[in-house]
Ligand binder design. Structure first.
Ligand SMILES: [Zn+2]
Length: 507
């Protein structure tokens, strides 16, 4: 059966088929939504605690920018809570248990339910657990019962497992990296849920794990082989009997048995799904040696030298091992030390997380001189701080000391300091601090592949293969204790795709 879209005025190209159907689902359907999203590196010694989560509830959630797309449906989606945090270290168990308990309590108050939509990331690691998303789904399933349909949306860098497949009914994952299809993916997941509820279908969920693990920096969909692998999915989504085709890179910096690439197919035609999952898993496997960095890579020292020698500007140097949006700490001053030693000029560095240094700047005031120890405040064992004399150039007007940011000048380097872990990947992240990134010869950011706003201005783009909680040298990561054999950890692996179904479809 072809799938119909229930979005008012649907124009999302990735959707199947009979958009703008005259029929609308019953207004009596009861559908709730809520979830938790974070990406956790098990190589980080930091722990993600409650104060790092942003939790939206009830009306605040319903009116949020991220979920306003739900208003396009003729059915009311009932909010519970959505918790999200900047990627980082594993989630502290107590924090997870508290958020989960509140989610379940809110869900319980909305019972009975016909459908549940779970906006997730898929790479959460909780202390003492090796399949945290499965735990969340199983708890939700226990509450909503076997007949409620559960649909999840996922990041491309999420991990799948058999317990996950056995618990939910449908899944849709991002098809772009950098992720520019967040809303489209959430629309696919919710639209599919409405379609199945309206047509009274319990979809068939199948997956094929692929024993390949790549950092996101090698598997972007902007270049090959990622481009051709993911580009074909929208058309496949329109095949009869197919509701969603997802292909996931997985999250490489989590040493857990489920970490692997995967193909996940939701549909109503098991034979077609099986065939398609097998073919896509085979394609992904066959492309494994093709995955490469999409930009010039070098050591920190080489990158600093090349940026200084560049005849064009701005050179953008990405400190990849310490990128907070991939799970890095964001507090390392290794690149700063190298820039100072080489006496680099006309550099903007955004930024380093360092609350004590940020507070010292606020004490000194704009124009004040301060002796700072910069970096290594979150994990003193992972890197060395840099001592420097600085002049305070700018202080963000912010009453809460935990959310403050300062800009200092240290010799030829204009440096942003932040009291909390955050990226500087959009132009506005600079301009709000009074900085014009393009006016500098060198821009340093803590990033992997550059964001859609920074990539076009990079001239050249240099990715430093720096050490940190998300070191790109994955084969030499310490303590690979739980990971299943996969490429490139095992170079001479043999693989024949196997497609697994869901226990939900066997009952
Ligand atoms: Zn991602």
């Amino acid at each position: 059966m072809h799938r119909r879209s229930f979005i008012k005025g649907a124009s999302v190209a990735a959707f199947a088929t009979l958009a703008n159907s005259a029929q609308t689902p019953s207004r009596d359907l009861r559908i709730a939504y809520g979830g938790i999203g974070i990406e956790c590196s098990t190589y980080s010694r930091l722990r993600t605690r409650m104060d790092e989560f942003t939790i939206l509830r009830d009306a605040e959630l319903a009116s949020s920018e991220r979920f306003k797309f739900l208003k396009r449906y003729p059915v009311g989606f009932m909010p519970t809570l959505v918790a999200s945090a900047v990627p980082g270290g594993p989630v502290e168990r107590k924090t997870y248990d508290t958020i989960k308990a509140e989610f379940l309590q809110r869900l319980k108050a909305l019972m009975p339910l016909d459908g549940l939509y779970l906006p997730m990331h898929g790479a959460m690691f909780v202390d003492g657990m090796q399949d945290a998303e499965a735990d969340w789904y199983q708890a939700a399933r226990k509450l909503v019962g076997p007949d409620c349909l559960i649909s999840a949306s996922y990041d491309l860098h999420g991990n799948i497992s058999q317990p996950i497949i056995d618990t939910i009914d449908m899944l849709s994952a991002f098809r772009t990296a950098p992720h520019i299809d967040r809303e489209e993916t959430m629309l696919r997941a919710t639209d599919m849920l409405l379609h199945c509820l309206h047509e009274k279908i319990r979809p068939i969920l199948m997956w094929a794990p692929v024993p390949v693990l790549m950092p996101g920096e090698r598997s972007s969909t902007e270049w090959q082989p990622g481009k051709r692998l993911w580009e074909q999915l929208p058309a496949l989504n329109r095949e009869p009997g197919i509701l969603d085709v997802s292909m996931l890179v997985g999250y490489v910096w989590a040493d857990e048995p489920r970490s692997t690439a995967a193909v996940v197919i939701t549909g109503t035609a098991p034979n077609t799904q099986r065939k398609l999952a097998t073919a896509l898993a085979r394609q992904y496997w066959d492309a494994r040696t093709e995955f490469q960095f999409g930009t010039e890579t070098c050591t920190v020292e080489e990158c600093v030298q090349r940026a200084m020698d560049a005849k064009t500007q701005p050179a953008i140097l990405a400190d990849s091992g310490d990128n907070p949006t991939g799970g890095g700490n964001g507090d390392q001053a290794t690149v700063l030390e190298s820039l100072l030693r080489h006496k680099a000029q006309n550099v903007v560095f955004a930024g380093i997380t360092d609350r004590p240094a940020t507070e010292a700047c606020y004490k000194a005031g704009v124009g004040g001189r301060v002796s700072l120890s910069i970096g290594a405040t979150l994990d003193p064992k992972a890197s060395q701080p840099v001592k420097a004399e600085a002049v305070v150039k700018f202080l963000l007007a912010e009453a809460n000391p935990a959310r403050r940011e300062a800009v200092v000048q240290i010799e030829g380097i204009t440096l942003a300091l932040s009291a909390y872990r955050r990226p500087y990947h959009d132009i506005n992240d600079f301009t709000r601090l009074g900085l014009t990134p393009k006016s500098f010869k060198i821009i340093v950011v803590k990033s992997g592949y550059l964001s859609p706003e920074l990539a076009p201005i990079a001239n050249p783009s240099l990715m430093a293969l720096s050490d940190g909680a998300i070191n790109q040298d994955i084969v030499h990561l310490p303590a690979n204790r739980y990971r299943r054999p996969s490429y490139p950890f095992v170079a001479d692996l043999h693989f024949t795709p196997t497609v697994y179904g869901s226990a939900r479809n066997r009952t």
